[in-house]
Design a protein around this ligand. Structure first.
Ligand code: AHM
Ligand code: MG
Length: 334
């Protein structure tokens, strides 16, 4: 009989020994994310059916109107991770500050902190377009047995132990890395299990897709403007195709599979761009690098930036290695 691909649960058990530190704690944590993602997926899928779309009356720390599903997804991930006492702290795009897991004696023995964007690209919900969840996992740096501190969250991306995303698209897929390649598991909604559908994902070194919000062109720096013109020029394998979904997870997932570049640069309106270093750029950078690509702020490797604030923003240029190299050349010239 042909061997069937493993489920995510089976994969975590089979590969536990290859995970950093291999105590089982990280597997339990990834298992909880898998479970919470199933619940969010269920809600996202029926968003058009029930009165759950649209904005609620609250504004998050970044001054953005929160969508009902943002709030729901934040609650599901927070409750699943915090109540199960798997982690010692959590930081979310939707929370002003980090959350310390209560229950000093027991939970503070846990070693991991999670940074999460529970529902990224949420403006896509009302128009039935894809959204995602992004997560990043670190080992705490403060001593085990004490409450977490901000220092535990402000670690550079190259210290991530694991990172991943869930894309709620035409199908739902969870993609993650523990530093040993990138693997994608597609949810079979009938069985409620994630099946290994994309083992060892590799981003092509070159591609023909560029992905940027060109509506902001006039406000971009010279180097970015020139690079966009380069993408559009008729020469060799150019012009490239332009694709912009407006949900980072979906744009990055497509580029990993097909090859391409994603840019969210700084502009005269937003000096550090829009995307957040800790729970959007770093996890995506870890995944893209593990898949063989590159992630940069135009000048520096994203994962080497020392964070100074929880909700810090950085310019983000990521994707196929040769394309990011080229974009950086233009940035240097400008
Ligand atoms: P969000 O966290 O408020 O949803 O914003 C992040 C999203 C990304 O998914 C996407 O790449 C980007 O914002 C799109 O922004 P813009 O509409 O400015 O192009
Ligand atoms: Mg976001």
């Amino acid at each position: 009989m042909e061997k069937r691909p493993p489920t995510l649960g089976e994969f975590l058990i089979d590969n536990q020994n290859s995970f950093p530190y291999a105590t089982g704690e990280l597997s339990r944590l990834l298992n909880s994310i898998r479970l919470a993602a199933k619940m969010v997926n269920h809600e996202v899928n029926k968003a058009g059916l029930v009165d759950i779309t649209g904005a609620v009356d609250s504004v998050n720390i970044q001054g953005e109107q929160q969508q009902k599903l943002d709030v729901y997804a934040n609650e599901v991930f927070t409750k699943t991770l915090v109540n199960r006492e798997i982690i010692c702290g959590l930081a979310s795009e939707e929370e002003d500050s980090y959350v310390t897991v209560p229950g000093f004696d027991k939970s503070h023995r846990n070693k991991y902190v999670v940074l999460i964007d529970p529902l990224d690209g949420s403006s896509n919900i009302d128009v039935n377009a894809p959204v995602g969840t992004i997560f990043s996992i670190y080992r705490r740096v403060s001593p085990v047995g004490t409450p977490v501190t901000e220092e535990d969250f402000l670690q550079p991306g190259n210290l991530q132990v694991s990172a991943g995303y869930i894309l709620y698209g035409t199908s739902t897929i969870m993609v993650f890395t523990t530093g040993n390649g990138v693997h994608g598991f597609t949810l079979n909604p009938a069985l409620g299990t994630y099946i290994l559908s994309h083992p060892n994902m590799k981003i092509p070194p070159n591609g023909n897709i560029y992905s940027v919000n060109e509506g902001k062109y006039a406000h971009f720096p010279q180097g970015v403007k020139k690079y966009i013109k380069y993408c559009q020029q008729e020469e060799g394998d150019r012009p490239y195709t332009s694709r912009y979904i407006g949900a980072l997870v979906a744009d990055v997932h497509r580029n990993i599979l097909k090859g391409g570049i994603f840019l969210y640069p700084q502009s005269s309106q937003a000096e550090n761009g829009k995307l957040r270093l800790l729970y959007e750029c770093n996890p995506m950078a870890f995944l893209i690098e593990q898949a063989g690509g590159r992630a940069s702020d135009g000048h520096r490797r994203i994962m080497e930036i020392k964070p100074t604030e929880l909700h810090q923003r950085v310019p983000f240029i990521a994707g196929s290695e040769e394309m990011v190299d080229k974009a950086e050349e233009f940035m240097k010239e400008a």
